[in-house]
Design a protein around this ligand. Sequence first.
Ligand SMILES: Cc1cc2nc3c(=O)[nH]c(=O)nc-3n(C[C@H](O)[C@H](O)[C@H](O)COP(=O)(O)O)c2cc1C
Ligand SMILES: O=C(O)C(=O)c1ccccc1
Length: 398
Amino acid sequence: MQATSADLVREIYLAGTGGPAPRLTTDLTALEERARTIMTPTAFAYVTGDAGTGVTSRLNRQAFERQRLVPRMLRGAAHRDLTVSLLGRRLTAPVLMAPAAAQCVLHHEGELAWAGAAADTGVPFILSTAASHSMEEVAGVAGGQPRWFQLYWPSDRELAASLVRRAERSGYSALVLTVDAPTFGYRPTDLDHGYLPFLHGAGIANFTSDPVFMAALPEDPDQRAVIAHWTRVFANPTLDWDDLPWLRKVTSLPVLLKGILHPDDARRALELGVADGLIVSNHGGRQLDGTVAALDALPAVRAAVGDDIPVLLDSGVRTGSDVLKALALGADAVLYGRPCLYGLALGGRRGVAHVLRCLLAELDLALALTGCRSVADITPALLAPPGPPAPPPPPRGA
Ligand SMILES: Cc1cc2nc3c(=O)[nH]c(=O)nc-3n(C[C@H](O)[C@H](O)[C@H](O)COP(=O)(O)O)c2cc1C
Ligand SMILES: O=C(O)C(=O)c1ccccc1
């Protein structure tokens, strides 16, 4: 199941100079530009869209680029084991696909392609509450790989409980509660296009398939009424720490909080006993402009919670070396976001699987080249001591 770097390289060279598919590339940092050529301007703006000036996204990348690996030699790492144990399950690699809303605006198969690629590669996916196919439909193509459900906690508790119970029943094995989006960020690209997928009915399938959501509407409602109701219940800006024990009562699934950046929030989650894991993330720079890079926030969060609780990271992960750096700084695994979405836009299920295989291949090679036989061998000792601060990153497109 796991694509080794040797398999991938053989597959690509045997396919000839055209590579794995005409539009795809093995350069994981070049996917965005490829995707730009085939996506509608509105969909491209939605996916690439950052909050405000976009500085957070640039800082996310700069934080990875600032870290330098110091590889070790002659350690006999001819065979590498990428597998890791997370929440009691063995994963193919320390990588999961990050939750992303409304994927049908990128490709008509949307989350079904996402789940198919997970089955093809062994990389688990996290399904967004704001998916364009219902969680039950997506579960149907997912195969036996672990899959998690990301919860945007709606303003109605009965609806929240219904979503959680459905996720549990349809085989999602953990809940990711996103806590950094009590409201949308200020995203000038979306605002300038006047475009949000949800207002066109994309990304609301978990609601239109939900008995509690539908019971609040008149029989046979028109789309405008459905969307209007969705905008009323989707977000819950009043959510606070005191609400979280309720979630514990509703489900026996492990809960991870996504969007933690401050060590005090990390400590609080543990003290209250409301989280089985944390995801250090700034939502890919889409929420608050000027936020600290997720990678820079990671070491303090790890130090605050100790080694026993899973700490994952996303925001800016693009390459196999990035995964290695995140793990060296204390992450147990990473979530892979926009590159998978570009793969989806470029080639549906095959495109997402290609992107994931490239990442795993590059990670596998990075282990070989740093002298690591397994993920457990990745330690802070692989990183050079911090150097002088880098100059500020240039704005996008400069
Ligand atoms: C188009 C798009 C939609 C997203 N939708 C969700 C979502 O529904 N729920 C969520 O928790 N995070 C969502 N995210 C954030 C990702 O889970 C992840 O935090 C982010 O993509 C990481 O940044 P990166 O992709 O630049 O590495 C979304 C991100 C993008 C790009
Ligand atoms: O676009 C996003 O980043 C996102 O997480 C989202 C998804 C659906 C509704 C609101 C925000």
